[in-house]
Design a protein around this ligand. Structure first.
Ligand SMILES: Cc1cc2nc3c(=O)[nH]c(=O)nc-3n(C[C@H](O)[C@H](O)[C@H](O)COP(=O)(O)OP(=O)(O)OC[C@H]3O[C@@H](n4cnc5c(N)ncnc54)[C@H](O)[C@@H]3O)c2cc1C
Ligand code: SF4
Length: 326
């Protein structure tokens, strides 16, 4: 691993000043579970000169309720989210997603902010020593299009012939289903607008911008949510596909729903066609299956990942049905 400066920020302002000073030659470090692996493997086209540590900033790890909203500081760990009884009962999809992420050690270190801001997954991009200088690294081609694309996007690329990598976060689809807001040092942005389909960057964040908090609205009366994931291993693994659903029902009829698949596209994929199908229905198998079919109706799998479409459809069915019982 090459040398870098490690700056312990004491305030958000100090962290922002340091980011502005170094421009694109600095990175925020939270738990470090994604970033340090990337640096060790030298996958980045330009190596950061400085890491700005935000774990030394007091208050960014707070978790509190205010005016019915749940406010989760960016440094709250996945472990603390998974184990929180309030989150388990009011926002089960988020507790389940955090509890299914990575491994116990990584959940103890990994933060919710880092989980949202982690880099995309593609084995050409992540190959050590920057061996595949693809579109994401300023090169001229995507190696996944003609290569081994069994874990790539089933909903197309960033543009035609663009990047087919997937966003691997487990908590992101739960936060989409729960309609979260992301608070940064510059703005508050709805989760639907936070992620980008872009080879330059995965989120709207500027290089001197920091996520400080994630806000969840009070769950409406009659709402239920659930998260499911398929991975090769249960103990520690990124999702092959995951899905979160949140359903609001009154007198047995669905008033609204938010369904989000992830690890299937360059950013979390909100299944709006499925949500529309559910409106006015009861949560039963027929409605869930019809909605799940709509969720994958725009899929355009690549040569090796057709199997992911069936997994996505099954997870969508089951996560909608799980909203009946949570
Ligand atoms: C073996 C292994 C298995 C894994 N399995 C999973 C899995 O199953 N599911 C899953 O979702 N993830 C998984 N991960 C990825 C990672 O561990 C988690 O996503 C973790 O939550 C990242 O959080 P962190 O605090 O460690 O992020 P860091 O590594 O510190 O940061 C990640 C990125 O986010 C940026 N960043 C962090 N915080 C902020 C902030 N507040 N504002 C702006 N930018 C910020 C950093 O600059 C960096 O680019 C796995 C990782 C490993 C190594
Ligand atoms: S899918 Fe994206 S990250 Fe992977 S090789 Fe293609 S351009 Fe690069």
């Amino acid at each position: 691993m090459r040398k870098f400066k490690h700056i312990n920020a004491r305030t958000v302002e100090e962290a922002t000043d340091a980011l502005m000073r170094y421009g694109d030659k600095a990175c925020i470090i939270a738990g470090g579970t994604d970033l340090l692996g990337k640096m060790k493997d030298e996958i980045l086209p330009s190596y950061p000169e400085a890491l700005i540590n935000i774990k030394t900033i007091p208050g960014l790890d707070s978790l509190r309720e205010e005016k019915g909203q749940l406010r989760i500081g960016t440094l709250v760990t996945l472990e603390d989210i998974a184990d929180n009884p309030r989150i388990q009962s009011r926002y089960p999809a988020l507790a389940q997603a955090a509890g299914r992420s990575a491994s116990p050690h990584l959940r103890a270190m990994g933060t919710i902010g880092g989980n949202l801001c982690q880099d995309i997954r593609c084995w050409y991009y992540r190959n050590p020593n920057n061996r595949f200088p693809c579109l994401r690294k300023g090169g001229g081609r995507c190696y996944a299009i003609d290569g081994d694309n069994r874990y790539h996007s089933i909903f197309g690329g960033s543009v035609e012939e663009g990047c087919y990598a997937v966003h691997p976060s487990d908590t992101a689809p739960a936060l989409v289903a729960l309609n979260a807001e992301i608070v940064t040092t510059k703005r508050t942005v709805g989760i639907d607008d936070f992620f980008l389909v872009d080879v330059e960057k995965s989120t709207v964040l500027d290089c001197d911008e920091i996520v400080t908090e994630i806000r969840l609205p009070q769950p409406p009366k009659g709402s239920h949510s659930a998260f499911l994931k398929v991975a090769l291993r249960k103990s520690i693994d990124f999702p092959i596909v995951n899905c979160a659903a949140s359903v609001v029902a009154s007198s047995g009829k669905i008033e609204s729903a938010r369904i989000c698949l992830n690890a299937v596209y360059v950013k979390p994929y909100r299944a709006i066609k499925a949500e529309k199908k559910l409106k006015g229905k009861t949560v039963d198998e027929a409605a869930a299956e019809e909605a799940a079919a709509a969720a994958v109706s725009d899929a355009k799998p690549m040569k090796d990942n057709r199997y992911m479409v069936q997994i996505a459809r099954t997870l969508a069915t089951r996560s909608i049905l799980a909203c009946k019982n949570t």
